[in-house]
Write a protein that binds this ligand. Structure first.
Ligand SMILES: C[S@@+](CC[C@H](N)C(=O)[O-])C[C@H]1O[C@@H](n2cnc3c(N)ncnc32)[C@H](O)[C@@H]1O
Length: 229
């Protein structure tokens, strides 16, 4: 089964609603929030920055961006009409925050219209991710910033020892959930070939032991069905 996010607009609306719930659950996870804040803190947002999140889902990261110091406006784009409807609902009453349906590989914005572009766990789900990075380059102003945060999903593990059969479940779930599990290892080349230079790379560890709620939603979405009755 292919990555559902890669062709999200074709998924049935009920699946899109369920995934919107999963994305909100993940965004509320303390470790996930800490990783988001850690890399945003390293970006020098210019005063009154216009920021674009490509692949915003139901908008939890775009909402954080809108409230980030220095940000004048945050715009979220996603191909899923269900995610965008949910994002608009959650953002009701917050100015400086806007959501639009669209494909990151063919953005509707003019050249040079943003100071910062963010892909938060999106690029690995986009077939033809180089086109999305090239579009980010086009819509950024000269000297603009690109931030890509993504999982090194090829290193996901549940094993507790050598040859642990549970690792097959992790591998199967990742193959189902992520279009390009190896993307982050090629990122330096991907961004350089679109004109970005130079880049900083940081790694963050993510471990779930005592409260595996979010990870279990992934396993369930991967069709492994580990949940009890
Ligand atoms: C794992 S979700 C991340 C959502 C959001 N960034 C977050 O962290 O909550 C991946 C997102 O990529 C979006 N996506 C998939 N293909 C896309 C494309 N061609 N252009 C823009 N976004 C895309 C999906 O709809 C989905 O919302």
């Amino acid at each position: 089964m292919p990555d559902v996010y890669a062709t999200i607009a074709e998924a049935d609306p009920e699946t899109q609603q369920r995934l919107a719930d999963v994305l909100e659950l993940r965004a509320a996870d303390a470790q996930q929030r800490a990783m988001l804040e850690a890399y945003l803190s390293e970006l020098d947002f210019p005063h009154q920055a216009r920021v674009l999140e490509v692949g915003c889902g139901p908008g939890p990261v775009t909402r954080v961006l809108a409230a980030w110091p220095g940000v004048a406006e945050a715009v979220g784009v996603d191909p899923s009409p269900v995610f965008i409807a949910r994002a608009r609902e959650k953002a009701a009453g917050v100015d400086r925050l806007r959501f639009e349906e669209g494909d990151g590989r063919a953005l509707s914005f003019p050249d040079g219209s943003f100071h910062v572009v963010v892909f938060h766990t999106t690029l690995c789900h986009v077939p033809g991710s180089d086109k999305a990075v090239a579009e980010a380059f086009r819509v950024l102003r000269p000297g603009g910033l690109l931030a890509i945060f993504d999982g090194d999903y090829a290193s996901t593990t549940l094993a507790t020892g050598d040859h642990d059969p549970l690792q097959c479940c992790a591998d199967a779930a990742m193959a189902t959930l992520v279009h390009d599990r190896w993307l982050v290892r090629r990122l330096p080349d991907v961004v350089r070939s679109s004109g970005f230079e130079p880049m900083r790379i940081r790694s963050h560890g993510f471990v779930e032991i005592t409260e595996p709620g979010y990870m279990l939603t992934l396993v369930e979405a991967g069709g492994i069905g580990l949940r009890g009755p």
